[in-house]
Unconditional design. Structure first.
Length: 186
């Protein structure tokens, strides 16, 4: 039996396990590919998707979902962020942001624009030399030795300045994680 999204959600909210199985069958592959693009690890991706669906089932009576597709993609993003934090991921602003910025819907485009604005503002707040080193590293893809040579400073200075920049951006990442968590659940 094929149900439209509203009927499927209604049956799911009422605890219908077959509706849950239909949701799983309909969405798991897309969510898996979405998460795998960033994690690039089959087992980690399987764990993340399993967590998404376990969480979905646990909350089936209380969820107020308007757009199931958006909800599941947001929940997947959240679980990926959570997984990366648990694993002590050290450079959150490369992979996670790439992940955030690769979706096609309008809401994601708006969030991408906000995200870029926040990142740009945070980078602009860096001390001038620190900002210059960070931009050479991230925008021109220069390694520490190349930056050192170009700016006539020691490699250690480059490393120290990158540490400062990444620490600041990690703080932004933590604030954004709370923001994304809020968007997912409210």
């Amino acid at each position: 039996m094929l149900l439209d999204e509203k009927e499927l959600l209604s049956a799911f909210r009422n605890g219908d396990e077959s509706a849950f199985a239909m949701l799983y069958d309909q969405y798991w592959e897309h969510l898996y590919l979405h998460a795998f693009r960033i994690l690039k690890d089959r087992h980690a991706t399987e764990d993340v998707i399993q967590d998404v669906f376990i969480s979905l089932w646990k909350k089936h009576k209380t969820l107020k979902i308007r757009n199931l597709n958006n909800y599941l993609y947001q929940a997947t993003r959240y679980q990926v962020f959570r997984y990366l934090r648990r694993k002590g991921y050290t450079e959150p602003l490369t992979a996670e942001l790439e992940f955030c910025l690769t979706t096609d819907d309008l809401q994601s485009a708006i969030q991408e624009n906000e995200l870029r604005t926040w990142i740009d503002r945070e980078v602009d707040k860096l001390p001038p030399k620190c900002r210059e080193i960070f931009l050479l590293s991230r925008h021109q893809l220069l390694n520490n030795r190349e930056i050192s040579s170009r700016l006539a400073i020691s490699v250690k200075t480059v490393e120290n300045q990158m540490t400062i920049a990444l620490r600041r951006l990690r703080q932004l990442y933590q604030r954004l994680s709370l923001y994304l968590l809020f968007l997912i659940f409210f």
